[in-house]
Design a protein around this ligand. Structure first.
Ligand code: MG
Length: 366
């Protein structure tokens, strides 16, 4: 075929598939970028302290529709934004050559090809699901068969700080009917007392694996119960499952697994040591695996929770679309930053309010 004929044939093919090689506007595309999210307060837990977080943002465009995704790399799993981006970029050819309506098949292949890199996988999964929802012209909660009226209240998280700043943060969280307080350092009691000096609201407490002595854990949890704490998240290191089972049999409030529960296959072994699991899209590798985790935990009679990392409205809104399924939500990662590039889920007096527009329902922030 002469070059001119080849170009003509190519143009005809492109016209049939809706693509225009002259301007490239309708050609499928998958782009990645690292976004630096600035924190309103320096954020301290047992694991880290920082003033910003870098997350991976993705955009999948096809047929004039763009789906947005995000993944927050988790230091505990040895992830960073550059690694997430490299992993996502390595999957571009797969994404551009596949039918996005076969998203479950694509994500199975993504999981097969790339070990680890859960944030990178989540950023792909969320972009695909946002695209699929927009293509089907339904919000993602409808795709999963859920009622947006069933969203739970979300907690607002108070990071570890001095008693004075803890009090200030607690006052700033006035609109939230339930607070989540991070403990796990030697300052646990002053932290809880500082919060309690300002509010009588129900509290949920996350120790982030901070207690290694099982008797100390029992003592602290029983004290927390007296202080009006509803549940304790990950009191002991993830690998101390047997010790956590011992602790659980000596306390009254639910014990929820976070760091011990990354993927669906982790859940059965946690059944005797924990009352429930905290599912995060950044741990699971996206919405599809998170949905599977929630269903498995429910089938095992466990409580379910959706959490998040510090991230923008992309990732938090994706988790919020699944939240009608769960008992507890801790979806405030976007509220902790000052430069969110998108609007999505809103919070009214703690209640998660889902956008009703197709896909995730995101709009760009001005
Ligand atoms: Mg946690």
């Amino acid at each position: 075929m002469k070059r001119r004929d080849f170009l003509t044939a190519g143009a005809a093919m492109s016209a049939i598939s809706g693509m225009n090689p002259a301007d490239g506007a309708a050609a499928p595309a998958f782009t990645t970028r690292i976004v630096r999210l600035n924190l309103q307060h320096t954020w301290t837990t047992t694991m880290s302290s920082s003033q910003y977080r870098d997350t991976l943002h993705t955009a999948y465009t096809r047929d004039g529709i763009t789906g947005h995704g995000e993944g927050a790399p988790i230091v505990r799993y040895h992830e960073d934004a550059a690694g997430a981006q490299k992993a996502a970029d390595s999957l571009r050819d797969l994404l551009l050559s596949s039918d996005p309506m076969q998203f479950a098949k694509i994500m199975a292949e993504v999981f097969h090809r790339v070990p680890g890199e859960w944030a990178g996988k989540a950023a792909i999964d969320i972009a695909l699901m946002d695209w699929v929802g927009q293509k089907l012209k339904i919000p993602l909660y409808s795709y999963f068969g859920l009622d947006p009226a069933d969203t739970p209240l979300t907690t607002f998280s108070i990071g570890i700080d001095t008693p004075e700043i803890t009090k200030q943060k607690t006052r700033e969280a006035d609109d939230f009917p339930i607070l989540k307080v991070k403990v796990g350092l030697s300052t646990d009691e002053p932290t809880i007392e500082a919060v309690r000096s300002v509010t009588k609201k129900p509290l949920r407490v996350d120790a982030n694996e901070g207690w290694t002595d099982k008797e100390e854990a029992v003592r602290k949890i029983n004290w927390l119960e007296k202080m009006g704490v509803e549940f304790i998240e990950q009191p002991m290191p993830a690998e101390m499952i047997e010790e956590t089972r011992w602790v659980r049999s000596r306390v009254h409030i639910p014990v929820i697994a976070d760091e011990a529960c990354q993927r669906a296959s982790d859940i059965p072994k946690l059944r005797d040591a924990f009352d429930g699991v905290n599912v995060k899209l950044d741990k699971s590798g996206g919405m599809l695996e998170a949905y599977r985790m929630i269903q498995i935990a429910k089938a095992l009679g466990m409580k379910t929770m959706l959490g998040c990392m510090v991230s923008s409205s992309v990732s938090v809104t994706a988790a919020a679309h699944l939240s009608p399924l769960v008992d507890y939500a801790d979806l405030d990662g976007n509220l902790l930053i000052s430069n969110d590039p998108f609007h999505g889920v809103r919070v009214e007096k703690g209640k998660l309010m889902l956008p009703k527009t197709p896909g995730l329902g995101l709009t760009a922030a001005k």
